[in-house]
Design a protein around this ligand. Structure first.
Ligand code: C5P
Length: 274
């Protein structure tokens, strides 16, 4: 049975099915020295002014397990640096939602791939994608290679051609630094202990007025982590050149400022390469 939610694709397929990002070095350590041009304006909280048309977009890849805080971080970074943001988990959630709405089996590769090909990226903000049932089903469809292939072009298209006027993009997910944008300018891997992530998720749910039992949330996270990490297709892992930030004992603002340092440094490097 369909809910009638219009999740079918309405956008034309993205241009650029492959990543055309040339490799760029990833920075580590703290920001030093003067900050020039776009890096300076970004550091001052203004949208960076990229000079020159035709420059390849600036891409920030953020990966990490469920409830690690990567989504909030991605949104804040996008806002600070004037970049477009794509929550790639929402594409897997939308796929799962389509399957569930039609009483399909999320583990069925044909059903799941068909749904993935109908996903409309415009509707990734749909509140119905946020429930834990959808999250679990999303991690089931996400283990199917055909589903991942069906959603890959869309994600790369966003990175290569971010919606105007953004000259770059922040993508968050599980395989952005490893598979979707392996040549991203900045790669971050945001993690935290399962207990810390479960506690944060419980707090978030209770703030939304939902009843949440810590043990159940912890179990859900453990199951989803296990599925995401052990699957053969693009498992959750940090890229070899990712900056790993363990947020277990860190305040969200500290994480944000640390991430900003990496972005500012990469922006400076990009300017110096021109
Ligand atoms: O990030 P979020 O929790 O919304 O993702 C839902 C599920 O989608 C994840 O548990 C994971 O299985 C899948 N996913 C993925 N690759 C991504 C983003 C999400 O496999 N890049």
């Amino acid at each position: 049975m369909s809910s009638g939610l219009p999740l079918s694709r309405t956008l034309s397929p993205p241009a650029g099915q492959g990543s055309d990002h040339s490799p760029s070095p990833s920075a580590s350590g703290e920001t030093e020295g003067p900050v020039h041009g776009s890096a300076r304006s970004a550091a001052q909280g203004q949208a960076p002014a990229w000079e020159g048309e035709g420059q390849r977009p600036f891409v920030v890849a953020i990966d990490g397990p469920a409830a690690s805080g990567k989504g909030t971080l991605a949104r804040r970074l996008a806002e600070r640096f004037g970049l477009a943001h794509l929550d790639t988990g929402a594409l897997y959630r939308a796929t799962a939602r389509l399957v569930l709405d039609e009483n399909g089996d999320p583990a069925n590769p044909v059903t799941a791939e068909t749904a993935a090909r109908r996903v409309d990226p415009q509707l990734r903000a749909d509140p119905r994608l946020r429930g834990d049932t959808v999250a679990s089903a999303a991690s089931v469809v996400a283990a199917i290679p055909e589903v991942r292939r069906a959603l890959l072009g869309l994600q790369r298209g966003f990175a290569v051609h971010p919606p105007s006027p953004a000259r770059g993009a922040v993508l968050d997910g599980r395989d952005i630094g490893t598979v979707v944008c392996p040549a991203a300018d900045v790669k971050l891997f945001i993690t935290a202990s399962t207990e810390a992530r479960a506690a944060r998720r419980v707090k978030e749910l209770r703030e939304q007025g939902a009843a949440a039992i810590y043990e159940n949330v912890l179990q859900d996270l453990n199951e989803r982590d296990a599925r995401d990490s052990r699957r053969r297709a693009a498992p959750l892992m940090a890229a070899h050149d990712a900056h790993i930030i363990d947020t277990t004992t860190l305040d969200a603002d500290v994480v944000f400022e640390r991430a900003c340092d990496f972005v500012v440094r990469a922006l400076k490097e990009k300017e110096w390469q021109q």
